[in-house]
Design a protein around this ligand. Structure first.
Ligand code: IPE
Ligand code: IPE
Ligand code: MG
Length: 249
């Protein structure tokens, strides 16, 4: 390591310390976008981009733990992503399965609770089984809750909630905002404080529409495979400058 590298390391530690003096968002939600474009810029395949993206996903879990974030929601596969070529979809499902297997010990060691948000029935059986097993095994863990939004679409989530409210025979008088929250995949999870989207896209792409009513948004041009602690700190520093008014003055 030369003296320049040293300087960079000290700098990062100092930034972490200073961020920890401010308010840390309790729940961060991330639209992890730009794997394909990251790969294209390097003449790599989209799959290689996704593979690099899984490294960033592991890192953001570790870094969120370090910073004391309590809920981290990662948009992993949308209900619209089935429109992609079947080879890409299959590879994504395969990589997810392999990652869950290889990260199992890390999740247990760090007492990470894992939850899936989304319609599990369309996922490959072996992936579903692995998910069920990790969800159950980690259900009592409290260091951080990591939610993977998988085959997730917010409009579909709301439609399902309405159907279930009707089939449960809930009377009109009992329907309020809190009750609707209870019928979403995010029941028992506080709304995101900070929503991050990478890759320079400024849209929500059917993610947590009900839950982000008062979230702070942070958009960065960084492609997801390049997203590391420095980018996360950039987002949190920006969050710490915001004044949340919730409609008041
Ligand atoms: C995000 O990267 C990963 C998923 C949506 C599964 P993309 O694959 O959307 O990357 P771009 O947007 O094509 O660069
Ligand atoms: C959103 O990214 C979904 C995930 C990150 C999993 P997309 O790349 O699918 O979104 P659009 O198509 O650009 O809106
Ligand atoms: Mg994309």
């Amino acid at each position: 390591m030369n003296s320049d590298d040293n300087l960079v390391v000290i700098d990062a530690d100092e930034r972490i310390k200073s961020v920890l003096k401010g308010k840390i968002p309790k729940h961060i939600a991330v639209i992890m976008d730009g794997n394909g474009r990251w790969a294209k810029e390097r003449n790599k395949t989209r799959i290689e981009g996704h593979k690099e993206g899984t490294v960033s996903a592991r890192k953001i879990i570790e870094n969120s733990l370090k910073l004391g974030v309590k809920y981290l929601t990662l948009y992993t596969f949308s209900s619209e992503n089935w429109k992609r070529p079947v080879l890409e979809v299959n590879k994504l499902m395969e990589m997810l399965y392999e990652n869950l297997i290889s990260q199992r010990d890390m999740l247990i060691e760090n007492k990470v609770r894992l939850k899936i948000l989304g319609e599990k029935s369309r996922l490959p059986k072996k992936l579903r089984n692995e998910i069920d097993s990790i969800e159950e095994l980690s259900s009592g863990f409290k260091n951080i809750q990591v939610n993977l939004a998988l085959n997730y679409g917010s409009r579909g989530e709301i439609v399902e909630a309405i159907k279930n409210i009707i089939s449960d025979g809930i009377s009109e008088k009992k329907i309020n905002e809190k009750l609707i929250s209870k019928y979403l995949y995010t029941r028992d999870i506080p709304d995101p404080d900070l929503l991050i989207r990478t890759s320079g896209e400024y849209r929500i792409s059917n993610f947590l529409l009900y839950q982000i009513a008062y979230s702070e948004f942070y958009f960065t041009d960084v492609f997801w495979p390049d997203f590391r602690m420095d980018s996360l700190l950039d987002g949190i520093i920006e969050f710490q400058k915001r004044k949340r008014r919730y409609g008041a003055i």
